[in-house]
Design a protein around this ligand. Structure first.
Ligand SMILES: C[S@@+](CC[C@H](N)C(=O)[O-])C[C@H]1O[C@@H](n2cnc3c(N)ncnc32)[C@H](O)[C@@H]1O
Length: 333
């Protein structure tokens, strides 16, 4: 029997609390800890005439219906809930056509490739990407140069961990673990790596896992990445807590050497009119499209997970948010 996307996502959403916001969200302009500028060059701010186009395109990306794939192998379910299992099955079926949506013309027109590049240029050290999908981000990671032999010797000869920490503190990704619930999406990502000379041979691992129960130790990663997936997770707050659990704490010295969470997400706009429109349409957009609840307050979710947002910037008329967040260092004994 062919599964309809709207049926799947309606069912997936039925267990999820939905919050209606009535206040204007303006934390970015009021919070001194939050910088509006990123290290990479920024796209020009949208001109008024472009704002309408941005919101239409953002809605188109969130609304895009999914087209079934035909060649997805059956898989062992690792989903932690029935809603997650339904999403897994839906993304399995639609994995072959996914790139026409979030990697397609509307996403390009919104500047998503540039936003992915900006975000991922900040990844370094041991890195985890959750809900990796078809691997649209993989081409944007900067890889660390292998540590020179002399540097390894300087750590005392047996210091593999020290060498890894040194590499992480400098720049670039030393290893990339990726997870996704959908074997179909993972198969597409693996194929992307095999077909990309710049990626083949890189230390990239793929694993089927539910973001609600990540198979990693606390504080295991220097960088944790999620893009455009918090809006589809059945319990996005639980996911945010898992991301916070597995990222290494901030260094505490202000030197920027600690762990970081990098997020690029559909978000409730900071424009009150657009936010009201998103609130009014969130249900149908999620039900008719790929299950994306596009009016979530992602910064509030990060705060509830104990994270501190250090950089935040909005795009697509405020409906897409790029965030860098840290887990505070534990207090000194
Ligand atoms: C909208 S796609 C985003 C994919 C990718 N991050 C990107 O930016 O193109 C959402 C992804 O989340 C995955 N997903 C959904 N629920 C999940 C869960 N509970 N745990 C892990 N992955 C999940 C889906 O299989 C899908 O690949």
């Amino acid at each position: 029997m062919r599964m309809q996307a709207q049926d799947v996502h309606s069912a997936a959403r039925s267990t999820r609390p939905r919050t209606r916001h009535v206040s204007i969200y303006c934390k970015i302009s009021n919070n001194n800890n939050v910088s509006r500028s990123l290290e990479s060059p920024q796209p020009q701010p949208a001109k008024p005439a472009r704002k309408l186009a941005s919101i239409v395109l953002a809605a188109a990306v969130a609304l895009s219906p999914l087209v079934p794939a035909t060649d997805v192998a059956a898989s062992e379910a690792v989903a932690t809930s029935s809603a997650a299992l339904e999403l897994q099955q839906a993304y399995d079926k639609y994995s072959a056509s996914y790139d026409e949506l979030d990697g397609g013309a509307a996403a390009d027109a919104l500047g998503f490739p540039q936003l992915r590049a900006q975000l991922l240029a900040q990844a370094r050290g041991r890195t985890l990407e959750v809900a990796v999908g078809t691997g649209l981000n993989l081409q944007y990671y900067d890889w660390a140069q292998p540590a020179p032999a002399a540097a390894t010797e300087a750590t005392g000869g047996g210091g593999e961990e020290e060498a890894a920490a040194t590499a992480a503190a400098s720049s670039g990704v030393t290893s990339l673990d990726t997870v996704d619930l959908s074997p179909g999406m993972l198969a597409q990502a693996r194929a992307r790596v095999r077909g990309s000379p710049g990626l083949a041979g890189r230390p990239i691992a793929f694993q089927q896992a539910d973001v609600a129960a990540l198979p990693y130790a606390d504080s295991a990663f220097d960088t944790v990445v999620d893009t455009f997936s918090l809006c589809v997770f059945p319990d996005p707050q639980a996911a945010m807590h898992e991301l916070a659990r597995v990222v290494r704490p901030a260094s505490g010295g202000g030197g920027g050497g600690g762990g970081r969470l990098l997020l690029l997400e559909h978000s409730r706009s900071d424009n009150p009119l657009l936010a009201a429109y998103q609130d009014a349409t969130a249900g149908p957009v999620a039900a008719l499209g790929k299950g994306c609840v596009w009016n979530q307050d992602v910064e509030a979710m990060a705060a509830r997970a104990g994270l501190v947002v250090t950089r935040a910037e909005r795009f697509a008329a405020g409906t897409v948010e790029l965030l860098v967040a840290e887990k505070p260092a534990p207090p000194q004994q």
